[in-house]
Design a protein around this ligand. Structure first.
Ligand code: ADP
Ligand code: AMP
Length: 218
């Protein structure tokens, strides 16, 4: 089983890279934020529970995030692994993932930390466009779609997230960065974290990540 975890601030490029890496490895791209947004769109009970947290840039309670992801990882297409994007975001989530994998005789193969400074995160999020179907990520300047407003990959419509507005972005960074650093510590302590400079081009970041994924952790 090859299960990689992408760690990074909102806007660091986790989703962009996870989509590329998942295709390269032939495993699903599992993005917790996308799963929550789908639950909100579908007006499910989970969607109603998480909407308010997401709207104000807070993390949703660990229990809900853990349940969602473990349920997703139990689906057949994830039997050989996955690229996790946006989970775990807290230490208890990381511990719950370890425990669930241990029950399957498995463990996290590697954690990939994509580092980007705050000013660049703000710039990226203010220009981000996502596709409605799968959440493929574009940027108005750095990574525009071939046809304006249309996803290159699946042809669906592109939209801007409500929580990418500057005020909510600041709240997300303030609330979400401290627990993210604890997740970095969690995987550093286990010797499976690789940190990459996320302020390179998309292609360069992919190259470094693919190299890290095929080498033993430092
Ligand atoms: P995350 O999933 O970590 O929140 P995304 O993958 O959605 O971040 O990327 C945030 C924004 O930055 C998107 O608009 C994306 O197109 C853009 N982006 C991603 N990686 C890079 C990069 N290496 N250089 C410039 N822009 C990038
Ligand atoms: P993302 O698309 O990864 O930026 O996530 C969007 C929002 O969903 C976050 O700001 C959180 O409110 C929520 N969320 C996503 N993943 C998690 C998680 N693992 N734990 C808690 N909240 C999450």
């Amino acid at each position: 089983m090859r299960l990689f975890v992408m760690v990074g601030a909102p806007g660091a490029g986790k989703g962009t890279q996870a989509a590329i890496l998942a295709r390269a490895l032939g495993v699903p791209h599992v993005a917790s934020g996308e799963l929550f947004r789908a639950a909100i769109r579908g007006e499910t009970p989970l969607g109603r529970q998480v909407q308010e947290f997401m709207g104000r840039g807070a993390l949703v309670p660990d229990e809900l995030a853990i349940r969602l992801i473990l349920h997703r990882l139990a689906e057949p297409d994830a039997a050989d692994g996955a690229i996790l994007d946006g989970f775990p975001r807290t230490r208890p989530q990381a511990a719950a993932l370890d425990a669930a994998l241990a029950r399957r005789g498995a463990k996290v193969t590697g954690a990939l930390y994509v580092g980007v400074r705050e000013q660049e995160l703000l710039r990226r999020l203010s220009g981000r466009w996502l596709c409605r179907a799968e959440g493929h990520s574009y940027h108005a300047v750095d990574h525009p779609p071939v046809r304006p407003g249309v996803c290159d990959i699946d042809g669906s419509e592109l939209y801007q997230r409500d929580d990418d507005r500057p005020a909510t972005v600041r709240a997300r960074l303030e609330r979400q960065l401290p627990p993210m650093y604890e997740v970095v510590d969690h995987y550093t302590e286990r010797g499976i974290l690789t940190a990459v400079d996320g302020e390179q081009s998309i292609e360069q970041v992919t190259e470094v990540l693919l190299r890290a994924m095929t080498q033993p952790a430092r």
